[in-house]
Design a binder for this molecule. Structure first.
Ligand SMILES: [Zn+2]
Length: 99
């Protein structure tokens, strides 16, 4: 796929080389043709990389997907903290029993 050739954006993080297997469904970015497996990934990419050129509909979709991802990340962090607490007190109890 092609890299972003917008001269106003001198990015150092060039998009990675991608290869879409035959028969696979890809959601291509309308601005740089980068393929994405899921539509929400493309929506996030458009909002983060092409925020200066996206339409109002794309911006609304980006805000919706972004807040949904924020909720997912919040739940993930909560589960992670819970797992750390369980491991910590598990090790503490194990230490108390063994010694
Ligand atoms: Zn793009």
């Amino acid at each position: 796929m092609t890299a972003n050739t917008d001269p106003q954006h001198d990015r150092t993080d060039a998009p990675p080389e991608t290869d879409v297997p035959a028969g696979a469904t890809a959601h291509g970015c309308p601005y740089c043709d980068r393929p994405f497996r899921r539509e929400d990934q493309r929506t996030l990419h458009v909002g983060l990389s092409h925020y200066d050129r996206m339409t109002e509909a794309e911006e609304a979709a980006f805000r919706e997907v972004y807040s949904a991802e924020e909720e997912e990340l919040g739940l993930y962090r909560l589960k992670l903290v819970g797992a750390l607490v369980v491991v910590y007190f598990g090790m503490l109890l194990l230490y108390a029993v063994v010694t």
